[in-house]
Ligand binder design. Structure first.
Ligand SMILES: Cc1cc2nc3c(=O)[nH]c(=O)nc-3n(C[C@H](O)[C@H](O)[C@H](O)COP(=O)(O)O)c2cc1C
Length: 248
């Protein structure tokens, strides 16, 4: 990357469009993410809000150094264990999962491919919250907005990613490999790359089920999804067709 400070890349995705169309991207082309793109994505991440503007978030951006590769292999092992157990306990291979074309079976295929090739992801970002006080239930609120900024910035620049908890199984080894301080929250593992394949629209519950007025559980007349919105027919994520690539 040039030593000369570069302006931010032009952004062709409108803010609302980006917010409402960004999917989790788990399949990537086999190409690196250039340093100037990483700079822009991480700049956006580090502009996020945090309590009292303390900015306790730190990011380790792991690409292709020997240590980065070791870290990816380590997390890949964790990802395979975590997905293997979720696949069994959440019944991905039962019910509609036995039908090859069901959303559940497609989700299982995407997840299996993702974890099988996890060590080859172009970029793995670890989001860490450096604590300045004892852990609190809400501390993540000062790191997760930055993670979402990161993913939205990736989308704006033609890249994609997904936030995961795949470090959980190998956290002590990962901390020791990368020197992550003991008194910190390893908040997320985010993978990034140039999307491969296609993906459908964002699917969520209808607004009437998630936005209320002054009575709990009661919708308000204006809480109506815009025309063409894809809504989920069930609350279970495995019936939400997975993304396999970029926004069409
Ligand atoms: C807190 C959080 C944890 C997540 N953990 C994982 C994970 O461990 N592995 C994974 O593949 N996706 C993970 N995801 C991605 C979700 O599965 C995804 O956002 C959700 O299924 C909706 O799909 P969409 O983003 O493509 O619309 C996580 C998302 C969030 C917000």
């Amino acid at each position: 990357m040039s030593e000369i400070p570069l302006p931010l890349a032009p952004d062709t995705v409108g803010l609302l469009e980006g917010l409402t169309t960004t999917r989790s991207i788990r399949r990537y082309l086999d190409e690196p993410v250039p340093d100037d793109v990483l700079r822009d994505i991480m700049f956006a991440a580090t502009r996020a809000p945090s309590g009292s503007n303390r900015q306790p978030f730190r990011f380790m951006v792991l690409t292709d150094s020997d240590r980065a590769r070791q870290a990816k292999h380590l997390v890949a092992r964790g990802a395979q264990k975590i997905w293997g157990s979720k696949r069994a306990t959440d019944g991905y291979d039962d019910g509609s999962g036995v039908r090859d074309d069901s959303p559940k079976a497609r989700m299982a295929r995407v997840m299996q491919e993702y974890v099988d090739h996890f060590a080859d992801v172009p970029v793995m970002v670890l989001a860490v919250l450096v604590r300045y006080r004892d852990a609190t239930p809400t501390e993540g609120a000062s790191v997760y907005p930055a993670c979402q900024n990161l993913l939205l910035a990736a989308r704006a620049l033609g890249y994609g990613g997904v936030i995961t908890g795949f470090h959980a199984f190998v956290e002590p080894e990962l901390r020791s490999l990368l020197g992550i301080p003991e008194q910190s929250l390893l908040a997320a593992t985010i993978t990034l790359g140039k999307p491969a394949g296609r993906h459908g629209p964002v699917r969520r519950l209808p607004m009437r089920e998630t936005v209320f007025g002054d009575s709990w559980g009661e919708s308000v007349p204006w809480a109506v999804d815009p025309p063409g919105t894809q809504v989920m027919t069930t609350r279970f994520g495995s019936d939400n067709p997975p993304s396999t690539g970029p926004t069409a």
